[in-house]
Design a protein around this ligand. Structure first.
Ligand code: SF4
Length: 390
């Protein structure tokens, strides 16, 4: 069997059969690779997530996360394997991919090493994104989380929250564009980071969106939308006409870590949400034509609170006017052994749920979905361990 090259507008792949495939972006950096029965996905910083392919014998094995040094070492192996395949292809790719191939052959993994070295001067570590935004262009208008005290959350631990000035944000956008170079072409969405950029005073947010629109290519072949996280603690601080202005500037969906519909569980999580505030916030966003992404934690409160967590979350969902523009994510609670949540669980003897109990909780929560209008929201599982900033 001869290796084949495949091109799409944003990716170039060399592959042989269904078991080995190496995909590169338009800068010649590896995006993902499949060999040895494992799928590797690299972040912009050079770190790598390696997943075993599904199969009866590997179903229970989790992915592993390689740090930057190990991620780049694995990338070097992948470039070597891809180089062997590229020598054997019978038809070279055509412009612009012939140039990309020449870069890959000339520089190999040095392309990724160079970008990985520059990454920390452009980005603070990106803690997490909603799964539908993994391929977004992340722009950090704020850094960290202004609350940073949820017991289960380690995304921004040890990081001081701050907002960027318009000048600094403008320089950040330029630096991000420079870092990505030709790899920008595969992105259609902007994600405004970090944990609660949506929630800044309207004039600041408005100015930031205007800046994004001015600096990025916008339209059918360019960017189409802006998304962000928000928290509920400050309440909805925007007037209806301000929300509509933000929507007209491209704001499509706001993601909210709702976590639970149960005040008891929220208290355990030390998350100052309130179900009532969530209803009001979702109603205000939806009235302005902005979609919502709601994240609930499967397994929160462990076995001790599993019933009220499921039933009160289903009850809360049933009060929300969700439609096809919205999405509900059910994210399994991942407990770090040294987290405050783990200490709480040990102190009260709460045990995490097994997969069957998680599935049961998911079934109960899904019963709360009451779609309005044309079709209901998507509802899907979400595993934060699979996040890579690529
Ligand atoms: S508000 Fe969100 S980002 Fe901040 S600590 Fe809580 S879960 Fe983490």
């Amino acid at each position: 069997m001869m290796p084949q090259v495949r091109v799409s507008p944003d990716l170039f792949a060399v592959e042989i059969g269904a078991e080995s495939s190496f995909s590169f972006d338009r800068t010649g950096c590896l995006v993902r690779a499949l060999w040895d029965g494992r799928l590797s996905r690299w972040g912009l910083d050079g770190a790598c997530l390696v997943k075993p392919l599904p199969g009866p014998e590997v179903r229970q094995r989790r992915q592993i996360r390689l740090d930057v040094a190990d991620g780049l070492a694995r990338a070097a192996q992948a470039y070597e394997k891809a180089a062997v395949l590229l020598k054997a292809v019978d038809r070279r790719p055509e412009p612009p991919w012939d140039d990309v191939l020449a870069r890959i052959e000339a520089f190999g993994v040095q392309l990724m090493e160079s970008r990985a070295r520059r990454y920390p001067s452009v980005y603070e570590p990106v803690g997490i994104l909603p799964p539908d935004q993994y391929g977004a262009l992340v722009l950090q208008l704020t850094v960290g989380c202004r609350y940073n005290r949820c017991r289960f959350c380690t995304f921004y631990r040890g990081r001081t929250y701050r907002q960027k000035s318009p000048e600094e944000f403008g320089e950040h956008i330029e630096a991000v564009l420079d870092l990505l170079g030709a790899a920008l072409g595969r992105r259609r969405s902007v994600f405004l980071g970090d944990a609660n950029a949506f929630g800044l005073p309207f004039p600041q947010l408005h100015a930031a969106l205007e800046l994004i629109k001015a600096k990025l290519p916008w339209g059918p072949q360019g960017f189409r939308e802006i998304n962000s996280f928000m928290d509920l603690f400050g309440g909805m601080s925007y007037r209806p006409e301000e929300l509509e202005t933000l929507r007209r500037l491209g704001l499509r969906r706001i993601h909210i870590g709702a976590e639970s519909g149960s005040p008891t569980v929220l208290q355990v999580l030390n998350k100052p949400n309130s179900p009532r505030r969530l209803v009001q916030t979702v109603e205000a966003l939806k009235a302005a034509g902005i979609g919502v992404g709601l994240i609930f934690l499967l397994g929160a409160g462990g076995d001790l609170l599993q019933t009220i967590h499921a039933e009160e979350t289903a009850e809360l969902l049933s009060q929300l006017p969700l439609d096809a523009k919205d999405v509900v994510y059910l994210s399994e609670l991942v407990v770090e052994p040294d987290s405050e949540y783990a200490r709480w669980a040990r102190s009260v003897g709460a045990v995490g749920l097994d997969e069957e109990a998680l599935r049961q909780q998911e079934r109960i929560i899904r019963r709360g979905l009451r779609p309005v209008g044309q079709g209901g929201p998507a509802c899907t599982r979400y595993d934060i361990r699979e996040f890579v900033h690529y």
